[in-house]
Design a protein around this ligand. Sequence first.
Ligand code: ZN
Length: 175
Amino acid sequence: MNKITCDMCKDLMPLVKDGIASADSCLAVKEHLKECEACKQLYENESTDFLELNMDLELELGKLKRKLQIFSVVLMMFGVFFGLSLTASQEMFYNSLIMPVIGALGYVIFRWKAIYQIPLLLLVMQCLINFLGLARGMEYMPFVAILMWVGIYTIFVELGVLVAGLLHFAFKKDK
Ligand SMILES: [Zn+2]
């Protein structure tokens, strides 16, 4: 059997752990670990440390992702309410800025499903806001007008979704 030294064993350990060492190297390392307590300790400690670190990192990333999503939902709902309540008012042009942001936030929450989920949300919310406005004695807006406005907003929303999606895609590719 081919014996290896401690130094050779240490060199081979990362390769064995990553599963890219040759069968002979794996065997040689295993044989050495059976006989050498120092290397065995090193091999076991390093692998668990590495695993724990990875798990901690994944946990933290998961928490961060959830926080970002909750934040996006709150911000998006605020934007939807604010933006839609401007419909047919003089400040309506702000919506050409608000709607792309809503689209981008929608991508963070729904990914590509935002393409149809945000317009649907806008339609439902615009109907609701109009109903509430009607109750407060505001002017009645025909359903055709609501459809038209939501249609226009949708164009801006999709722009935001597209930009957010492409940025996300480019960032993933970079990593
Ligand atoms: Zn050794």
